[in-house]
Design a protein around this ligand. Structure first.
Ligand code: UDP
Length: 239
C-alpha cells in the first residue's frame, strides 16, 4: 500500500489517498489545539501516541463486533482507514461530570451521573460546535432519526466496552467524543479517533488527569499523561 494524493488536513490529522479507492491513509500530527483552535502548540510525539492508543481501542471494539473505519497501523504515526463521509455531529458520551457539562449546568466536576449521558454537538467551527437537540438535527437535516438511534446505541455500547477494559487498568473513563461517517454502501461507521485528545481519562487512585485537559488547563506534562495511558493499555511508547 502506498501513500497517495493529499486529500484533507484537520486539526490533528492528515488524510491521503492510496492506490486502492476503498482505503485511505491517515497520518496523526503532533499539533495540539483547544478552544476551537484558539490555543495551539506542537507536542513532539503526540501523533505516534494517539496513533497507537487509537489503534488499540479500535482493535478492542472489533473484538466486540463494533464496526469502525480503522483497518491497520502502517507506521508509528500512520494507519489505513475506510473512506467515509463524516456526519457533522460530535457524539459526546459522559459518565462523570466534567468540562462543558459543569460549565453549562453547574454540576460539580467529578460527580458521577445517574445514567450515562449522550449529547449531540453540531460540527461547525464558525458556530463553535454548539450543543443541539434531536429537533435541531432534524431542522438542519444533519441526520435521520434512525441514524441518531443507531449512533446513540453504538455510543452506549462503546462506553460499556471501553469502561470495562479501562477499569482493571486503574483508568476512570469520564467522557469521550465520537464521530460517525457513511461508507460507500451508506452504512454508518465509527470514524475519527479514540485517544486522550478525544476522551477524559483520570487515574482511579489519585484523580490525576491523563488527557488533553492537561493541555487545555496548562497543567504541564500533557504527553506524560498520554504515555501513561498507552503503557497501562500494554502498548509500547517509543517516543
Ligand atoms: N471533545 C472532543 N472534541 C471537541 C469537543 C469535545 O474530543 O471538539 C471531547 C473532550 O475531550 C471530552 C468530551 O468530548 O472528552 C466532552 O467535552 P466537553 O463538552 O466537556 O468540552 P470541553 O470542556 O473540552 O470544552
Amino acid at each position: 500500500m502506498k501513500k497517495g494524493e493529499f486529500l484533507y488536513e484537520g486539526k490533528a490529522k492528515r488524510l491521503y489517498k492510496t492506490e486502492h479507492p476503498d482505503i485511505l491513509w491517515l497520518e496523526y500530527k503532533d499539533d495540539a489545539t483547544a478552544f476551537n483552535g484558539q490555543k495551539r502548540e506542537s507536542l513532539a510525539g503526540k501523533g505516534p501516541l494517539n496513533n497507537a492508543i487509537s489503534s488499540w481501542f479500535f482493535t478492542l471494539l472489533s473484538q466486540h463486533g463494533i464496526g469502525h473505519h480503522f483497518l491497520d497501523t502502517v507506521s508509528d504515526r500512520e494507519q489505513l482507514v475506510r473512506p467515509v463521509t463524516i456526519v457533522p455531529l460530535e457524539v459526546v458520551v459522559r459518565a462523570i461530570a466534567a468540562g462543558s457539562l459543569c460549565r453549562r449546568l453547574g454540576i460539580p466536576e467529578g460527580q458521577r451521573l445517574p445514567n450515562v449521558l449522550v449529547e449531540w454537538y453540531y460540527k461547525d467551527d464558525a458556530l463553535g460546535d454548539p450543543l443541539v437537540t434531536e429537533d435541531h438535527i432534524a431542522l438542519l437535516e444533519l441526520a435521520e432519526p434512525e441514524q441518531l438511534a443507531f449512533m446513540k446505541a453504538q455510543a452506549l455500547q462503546i462506553y460499556a466496552v471501553l469502561q470495562q477494559a479501562l477499569e482493571p487498568k486503574g483508568i476512570v473513563l469520564v467522557d469521550f467524543k465520537l464521530e460517525f461517517g457513511l461508507d460507500s454502501s451508506g452504512r454508518l461507521l465509527l470514524a475519527d479517533e479514540i485517544s486522550p485528545d478525544t476522551c477524559r481519562f483520570w487515574d482511579a487512585q489519585s484523580g490525576k488527569k491523563m488527557d488533553k485537559d492537561r493541555f487545555r488547563q496548562e497543567l504541564g506534562g500533557t504527553l506524560d499523561g498520554y504515555r501513561e495511558i498507552l503503557e497501562r493499555l500494554g502498548g509500547k511508547a517509543n517516543v
